[in-house]
Write a protein that binds this ligand. Sequence first.
Ligand code: PGA
Length: 263
Amino acid sequence: MTNRNSHPPFAAGNWKMHLASGEAARLASEIVKGAADAAGAELVLIPPFTSLDSVRRVVADSSVALGAQNMHWEDKGAFTGEVSPLMVKDAGCRYVVIGHSERRHLFGETDGGVNKKIKAALRTDLTPIFCLGETLEERQSGRTIDRIESQLIAGLEGLDGESVSKIVMAYEPVWAIGTGRTATPAQAQEVHGQLRGALSERYGKQDADCVIILYGGSVKPDNAFSLFREKDIDGFLVGGASLEASSFLRIAKEALRAHKEKP
Ligand code: PGA
């Protein structure tokens, strides 16, 4: 377990339901070629399941890591249409996104399911990228922190501090995802700080300080610097802007630049 302050800035590209295998391999190879310019950042590519293999071949001998967008919590069984933690691991993934708001809102994922998936990832030696965030209505009615804390508590139910210290979290306000409307650095820091505080209260400061907390929601090259400069923002989960090598790499470079100015 590594203190997050000694961890490199983190940039994960969630390609969502975009890019078939050939297109995905092309984008991955542009990113691998440009990765030297963002040396010192941890880059993770998260293609759709059917493109994992082609991207794995491209990133194999590079510093770029691979992640999956979702998985089931069982290792195998009669679960038509699902992919197991062992399959995700076998496909070469080091990371897996759990509880993305699109899964929660469009596909009915619950906090209970998210909790099972986080546990399944940890037992399979995959790093979960545990997503949470409030809706616009929750924010406007002053319930942001309550909502975030309830997702946090339910998602981590039954885990001890050592397990929690290995998780990557992603605060993604639902109203900022794919909308071009980013949380301001102050809004994001407020929630990240609350999350860190809640983790520290429940698991102790040492473990809480190991948790990498990403921000996601309309991250672009021109807002990455000011967001990353905030104390508790350790990196980004990027959707739209990760579909172009140049903008994804620029986000990583902006994070590296801001890293040097971190309070
Ligand atoms: P966006 O998506 O960058 O397109 O807003 C972020 C995400 O859904 O992870």
